[in-house]
Design a protein around this ligand. Structure first.
Ligand code: CA
Length: 221
């Protein structure tokens, strides 16, 4: 899952990107309002972390524009402004959650996991399909109660398919959500990755739809 970080302070943006990447997602950074508005409106992100004080266009304006344009990506607003009226403005503008600065990375990540959970229609923190349990909190996967060690890329792939279970996901969409740079994207790599994952999971939970992509059924038979 790709997460857009909109933050003009380089150190905070990089810290957030590190936390997002090590949390099993792919981080992208936009450091001014114009770039953020454009990317959030044209690319498919699973969630957006949005700072309000930004060069060119402020965060609240961007958020209002996205919502008017029909962009319904979950947005976590970050701000140094901590008064209740600012929080109300942010939420009324279409924010899904709100976190005042300074914040703990652990809290940002917990809130992101909650947003992703809600946006994919779940209340439970971990996802179980058949005998497989995937827990985004500690990036643990187990099959029939036995932990399986996955590489970061394998985890990202399984996490994406589990969050979008019951829907066919194309190789292009997977690739977009696994790698942060276009240069790394390669459909053969996805096929090889799925092959390795199937071996590790020792189940056929990831089904191939020839010419369309992959699907993890909503409930395993
Ligand atoms: Ca700022």
């Amino acid at each position: 899952m790709r997460i857009l970080i909109v933050e003009d302070e380089v150190r905070i943006a990089n810290d957030l990107a590190d936390a997002v990447n090590s949390g099993g997602y792919v981080a992208e950074i936009a450091s001014d309002g114009e770039d953020a508005w454009f990317r959030g409106g044209t690319e498919n992100y699973s969630a957006i972390i949005l700072d309000l004080g930004l060069p060119k266009i402020d965060g609240l304006t961007i958020l209002k524009r996205w919502r008017q344009e029909g962009v319904n990506t979950p947005v976590l607003v970050l701000t140094a402004r901590g008064t209740w009226t600012d929080r109300v403005d942010g939420i009324d503008a279409g924010a899904d959650d709100y976190l005042p600065k300074p914040f703990r990375m652990e809290e940002v990540m917990a809130r992101i996991r909650a947003l992703l959970r809600r946006s994919t229609g779940r209340a439970e923190p971990s996802i179980s399909i058949g005998t497989i349990i995937l827990d985004p909190r500690n990036r643990q996967v187990s099959v029939a109660g036995i932990p399986v060690t996955l590489t970061p890329l394998e985890f990202r792939l399984l996490n994406y398919l589990f969050h979008h279970r019951g829907r066919v996901v194309s190789q292009a969409e997977l690739s977009e959500n696994l790698y942060s740079h276009d240069s790394e994207r390669d459909s053969n790599a996805i096929e090889a990755l799925v092959g390795r994952l199937r071996k590790k999971l020792k189940t056929d939970i990831i089904e191939t739809r020839r010419g369309f992509g992959y699907i993890v059924p909503a409930a395993a038979s």
